[in-house]
Design a protein around this ligand. Structure first.
Ligand SMILES: NC(=O)c1ccc[n+]([C@@H]2O[C@H](COP(=O)([O-])OP(=O)(O)OC[C@H]3O[C@@H](n4cnc5c(N)ncnc54)[C@H](O)[C@@H]3O)[C@@H](O)[C@H]2O)c1
Length: 241
């Protein structure tokens, strides 16, 4: 069970449910998880606001000094907001695009500086909302759709490098955890909304962060050495119909 033996992996949003599960899984598979999140968030070793380019430069330089290399990057920091195009104000739009898309852009860009030295893998957290639209998901849809195509562009660039860097995106449906709890709270009838989103999933339940982390382990490991520019839905069948 050492599928990530000695691999150094930087994880953003590592105080959140997916980021934490990824950090645990990386460690369990023999890797070294370097955790980061907003300053003050418990369970993250490095303060890193993904929207701040200077934060990225500082953390990547620190990893270079301490470990001399980076083998994997998981861009898991993210924010969700409900709202259709008419009700989404520009400040909310910019915040969601800032964290989800600008943050992933900066991570890929600055992570590559270290990853390309010995080759490695990037995993970007998109969402099923990066593939299919929702009437009340204007900013989130746009941000996650952007992450999907950004990942392919990074993959094509990384394939031309020597050593190569792979990049793939993951597209979960709703997961158990605080992000969905908060979103449901914004609706008028949270219990009915939870029942509806569960009903929409053919496997009949929400996913878990640990299930997403298992997929990340595969994409970070050498088992996926021929996999790049691909999008992985992990959605209980939601997008199959
Ligand atoms: N939870 C779901 O249902 C779900 C479904 C599909 C995709 N996703 C995506 O998976 C990723 C992880 O989601 P999660 O469920 O762990 O959410 P979460 O809310 O539990 O964790 C998100 C983390 O991101 C951090 N974060 C927010 N803004 C940041 C910033 N500017 N810089 C650094 N960190 C920041 C938060 O502090 C938090 O720890 C997100 O990109 C999310 O959009 C989640």
């Amino acid at each position: 069970m050492e599928r990530l033996k000695d691999k150094i992996v930087l994880i953003t949003g590592a105080a959140g449910s997916v980021g934490k599960a990824v950090a645990d899984a990386v460690t369990a598979e023999g890797g070294r998880a370097i955790t980061s999140d907003l300053a003050g968030r418990q369970g993250a070793a490095h303060p890193l606001d993904v929207t701040q380019e200077l934060d990225w430069l500082r953390v990547i330089a620190e990893i270079g000094r301490t470990h001399g290399r980076l083998d994997g990057l998981v861009n898991a920091a993210g924010l969700a907001a409900l709202g259709n195009i008419e009700e989404t104000d520009f400040a909310t739009w910019r915040k969601i695009i800032g964290v989800n898309l600008d943050g992933t852009f900066l991570g890929c860009k600055h992570g590559l500086a270290l990853l390309k030295q010995r080759g490695g893998a990037i995993v970007n957290l998109s969402s099923v909302a990066g593939i299919i639209g929702g009437h009340n998901f204007a900013a989130y849809n746009a941000s996650k759709g952007g992450v999907r195509l950004l990942s392919k562009s990074v993959a094509l660039h990384g394939a031309r490098l020597n050593p190569q860097v792979r990049c793939n995106s993951i597209h979960p449906a709703f997961l158990e955890g605080p992000m969905v709890d908060l979103m449901l709270k914004e609706t008028n009838f949270p219990d009915a909304a939870r029942a509806r989103i569960t009903r929409d999933i053919p496997l009949g339940r929400l996913g878990t962060a640990a299930e997403v982390a298992d997929l990340c382990v595969y994409l970070l490991s050498d088992e996926s050495r021929f996999v790049t520019g691909a999008e992985f839905v992990i959605d209980g069948g939601l997008t199959a119909r």
